[in-house]
Design a protein around this ligand. Structure first.
Ligand code: V47
Ligand code: SF4
Length: 400
């Protein structure tokens, strides 16, 4: 797939400044770039340039493979005692009577709705409230595992863990051990926002610090767990704050190797205290994917969360460093539709997602949470299945 400039053209481009040429050489040799070079890419790297470098890395690592998994989301509550200014869940935005606060039984009812459906993961994350504590989540994880042992529980972020462990007066180490014993399989990447205190102190409403976020992931990795990382970008942060964020992640990954995927999250400005802040444009979104791919040389995967950026930009992102697309069946995560995501009802059937990936010349591969291949969809045809909201695949009839 030739979507970006060939390597020789980039290296021989006399118009390119010397530092950009030297960054390109490093990338093609597989050498890590420095923080200063990361900043230079954000400041001076045009979309075609960073895209070519990122696509080179993406294809070297994964060829055309593009991963997705079938999961469903549960948000126990949409009320939160923190006051993050970018979030439509914050108690400053949400009147408690407008929200939901699911009981254990209601959450288990949602889990049971997926009985018999080919989902491999449940992603649990929502607001922070006192009744959702160590006992509640331990019991929830136990009940899910008792009901469906093979379902991968990807749940909660250091934001919740910091709060519930403090409330229970247990250390991070002890708390994460308890969660593992109860059935936690991995941690999603949320709550990272921007680590740098100059920005975090203004937007993150008193929740855990960047250091605490990183420490909880580190402890989880030491226990043998895997996790993801995100960065909420395109609001009041400067490029140097993004570089600092990426550098902190790269350093921790060098230490533990426990991160699987990096997910840049585009700030959306509807129904929150930052509605006056303009959103980033598509060029900046793609540049951010590309520079993240270049900088995080020790991360295997970069994921696009399509409900936030829309189907078209998700397709484009596959030529700018992204190798994973999130959001399949019934993936109606409300935190995004409330913040003004591209897709007001972000559900896509497996067939739609496979087609979206194929249309741009990539190879759709269903994975489990740990990136074990479940099914290669090259050449598969689909037939509508009335039992299931999505579609099931039939055996291969022709090869692409
Ligand atoms: O931490 C909140 C973000 C995150 C807004 O690990 C917003 O596989 C944009 O982390 N505009 C939670 N973003 C979601 C998340 C996630 C999503 C998909 C996959 C995975 C994974 C993780 O959502 C929050 C925050 O950074 N968020 N409000 C907003 N207005
Ligand atoms: Fe609460 Fe998370 Fe929203 Fe902050 S981003 S207000 S911690 S739900």
């Amino acid at each position: 797939m030739q979507t970006t400039r060939p390597i020789e053209v980039i290296l021989n481009d006399k118009k390119q400044d010397a530092q950009l040429r030297s960054i390109a050489e490093k990338v093609f040799q597989g050498t890590r770039i420095t923080e200063e070079e990361g900043l230079h890419l954000f400041e001076q790297g045009d979309l075609a340039f960073v895209g070519a470098l990122a696509n080179h890395i993406r294809e070297k690592r994964h060829g055309n493979a593009t991963y997705f998994n079938r999961n469903f989301h549960i948000e126990p509550t949409n009320v939160c005692l923190y006051t993050c200014s970018f979030c439509s869940y914050s108690r400053l935005i949400k009147k408690r009577e407008e929200g939901w606060e699911y009981s254990m039984e209601e959450i288990m009812d949602i889990v049971r709705q997926y009985d018999g459906q080919p989902v491999t993961e449940v992603h649990i994350v929502g607001g922070v409230l006192p009744q959702y504590d160590v006992e509640f989540y331990s019991e929830l994880f136990r009940q899910i595992k008792a009901h469906r042992p093979e379902l991968h529980v990807k749940a909660l972020t250091p934001v919740e863990y910091h709060y519930i462990f403090k409330k229970a007066k247990v250390s991070y180490e002890e708390g994460m051990r308890l969660m593992k014993e109860a059935g936690l399989d991995s941690m999603p990447g949320g709550g990272a926002e921007i680590f740098h205190p100059e920005i975090r102190d203004q937007i993150a409403g008193g929740k855990c610090t960047g250091e605490q976020w990183l420490r909880i992931h580190e402890i989880w990795h030491e226990l043998g767990g895997r996790s993801n990382a995100t960065m909420l970008y395109g609001h009041i942060e400067e490029f140097r704050h993004r570089v600092h964020h990426l550098e902190e992640l790269r350093k921790l990954q060098d230490k533990t190797g426990g991160f699987q995927t990096f997910i840049p999250l585009k700030f959306r400005n509807k129904d929150n205290q930052m509605s006056h802040v303009p959103e980033s444009n598509v060029i900046e979104d793609l540049r951010n994917y590309a520079i993240s791919r270049i900088y995080l040389d020790n991360f295997d995967h970069v994921k696009a969360y399509w409900p936030m950026i829309g189907r078209n930009v998700a397709q484009l992102s596959l030529a700018f460093g992204v190798d994973d697309i999130d959001g399949t069946i019934d993936d109606t995560t409300k935190i995004y539709s409330m913040a003004g995501s591209e897709e007001q009802n972000p559900a896509m059937s497996t067939r739609d997602l496979v087609n979206l990936i194929r249309q741009v010349g990539r190879k759709p591969i269903e994975r489990d949470t740990l990136y074990n291949v479940i099914q290669d969809y090259s050449g598969h045809v689909f037939e509508e299945d009335t039992q299931f909201k999505g579609y099931v695949s039939l055996p291969v009839v022709n090869k692409n």
